[in-house]
Design a protein around this ligand. Structure first.
Ligand code: BES
Ligand code: MN
Ligand code: MN
Length: 456
């Protein structure tokens, strides 16, 4: 593939322009008002796939947002790669913290600034451009299928059924995904683990309506105070989660496995500097990489109730709310954790309030074995671009559908991510460096080449 770099050099400006067109469609899956944008983005992708030369491409309706499917079946004897990605993005708010509008992409200091620049429009688009190159230069040696969904950021509620309904169409030897990150621009890595998730919302109710805090304060339990006390009881002084049974299924790693993990470079000072904290936190007895990679965690994502507008209002609120999510590790099951959380949360509520606990979404973690052809092909592909072997890393993030792919379709995934920690995904000023975008397009064709060679 000696023409690969030249091809990218000659076409990179066009690649970026095309990506900008996709980014300009504000496909925020969480918000009803963006429903038309979801369809627009899906159609845009369908047209793009057709233009690059797939045999067929469709926008397939689901109960939620549509899935884009396309395929190029070259030869029955070739292995088939199913590329998964998502065209939906997280809401862009808070808008005032963006230095340029989130859906008007802008390049500054060699980075594309926009919502979706990395997650996952930028990363997913690298696959379409790698496909363009392989087909245009007659070097494609695999069959390729694309499945690009619009509900990843809301927990992929329709994709499980979509897979059940389309098992035959989705048949493949491997699923290839770029929706994770790598260690550093000069330190490639392959994600070998993802965490699961159980996302809860709780409501604590005290009196039937907001009360005058002078007339009632001190004599009536305040649901906001109570909620804070309840949340405080979810973890102990060692930052161990206190929900009974929570750790029962956690897969404990051996000392050897932990020592192996510790060999992956991690700079605690850089980690702290990057997010401007003085000291890291977390469960006692574990390193920062272990805390995100192999240990579960519990976080309040948002908490509200009472008066939060300008100035002071003296009330004792009727209600308090919180969104609480737990990241899970292999062998923990989100449904079981949901039940344990609910039981415990209800059990610690004082008689002065009533509580409601709702499960918003969740899914299981994932472990990718390194002794497969697909992993070896990915490893060699990174080596071809970077000159060094990538390091296997367990990520703290979640893509719950990946474990469902294995369960429903029986296909393992390769997580070949090109994001960087500095990309601010889900945050204001999300960005993706042109260099990473380019390196991704350069690495993916090598994967196809090695995967076909090694599958023979
Ligand atoms: N692409 C991310 C997940 C990710 C990012 C994994 C970086 C590893 C490294 C994905 O779009 C995402 O945001 N997932 C959600 C889960 C979902 C159910 C909302 C997450 O991890 O919060
Ligand atoms: Mn993503
Ligand atoms: Mn995301």
């Amino acid at each position: 593939m000696n023409d690969l770099k030249k091809y990218i050099d000659q076409n990179q400006d066009r690649f970026v322009k095309e990506l900008f067109d996709l980014i300009r469609i504000p496909s925020v899956s969480a918000k009803d008002e963006h429903k038309p944008d979801m369809l627009k983005a899906a159609n845009w992708l369908k047209e793009k796939l057709l233009k690059e030369g797939v045999d067929k491409a469709e926008v397939i309706e689901t109960e939620g947002h549509p899935v884009v499917y396309g395929e190029k079946m070259l030869n029955e004897a070739y292995p088939t790669v199913l590329v998964y990605g998502h065209y939906d993005v997280q809401p862009a708010e808070p808008l005032d913290l963006w230095n340029s509008p989130p859906f008007e992409p802008e390049i500054r200091d060699g980075r594309i600034y926009a919502r979706g620049a990395n997650d996952d429009k930028g990363q997913m688009f690298m696959h379409i451009k790698a496909f363009e190159y392989l087909l245009a230069t007659n070097q494609l040696t695999c069959n390729v299928k694309f499945m690009i969904e619009g509900e990843e950021e809301i927990g992929s509620p329709s994709l499980g059924k979509f897979c059940e309904d389309n098992k035959e169409m989705l048949k493949a030897d491997v699923i290839l995904v770029s929706d994770t990150s790598m260690i550093a621009p000069d330190t490639p890595s392959i994600t070998t683990g993802l965490r699961g998730l159980a996302y809860m919302e709780v409501e604590v109710t005290g009196p039937s309506h907001d009360l005058h805090s002078g007339l009632y304060g001190g004599a009536v339990d305040n649901p906001v105070n109570v909620l804070c006390e309840m949340i405080a009881q979810l973890r102990d002084e060692n930052n161990h989660i206190t929900i009974p049974g929570f750790y029962d299924d956690v897969l404990e790693l051996s000392q050897e496995e932990r020592a192996e993990m510790a060999r992956a470079p991690f700079d605690l000072n850089e980690f702290k500097k990057g997010i401007k904290i003085k000291k890291e936190g977390g469960e006692k007895g574990y390193s920062s990489s272990e805390r995100t990679g192999i240990r579960p965690s519990l976080d309040v994502n948002g908490i509200w109730g009472g008066y939060t507008d300008k100035g002071a209002k003296t009330i004792l609120p009727s209600k308090a709310y919180a969104k609480i999510s737990m990241r899970l590790v292999p062998h923990q099951e989100s449904k079981k954790i949901e039940k344990l959380f609910k039981e415990y949360f209800e059990s610690i509520a004082p008689e002065t309030v009533s509580v409601k606990v709702e499960f918003l979404h969740g899914g299981e973690g994932y472990v990718a074995p390194t002794d497969t052809i697909a992993y070896q092909a990915a490893s060699k592909a990174f080596e071809a671009t970077y000159g060094i072997k990538p390091i296997p890393v367990r990520s703290g993030g979640s893509i719950p559908i990946i474990s469902l792919f294995e369960k429903i379709l029986g296909i393992k995934s390769i997580l070949m991510g090109f994001g960087l920690d500095s990309d601010a995904i889900h945050s204001p000023n999300e960005n993706y460096s042109l260099e990473q975008f380019r390196k991704g397009i350069e690495t993916i064709p090598h994967f196809y080449k090695y995967f076909a060679e090694m599958s023979k």
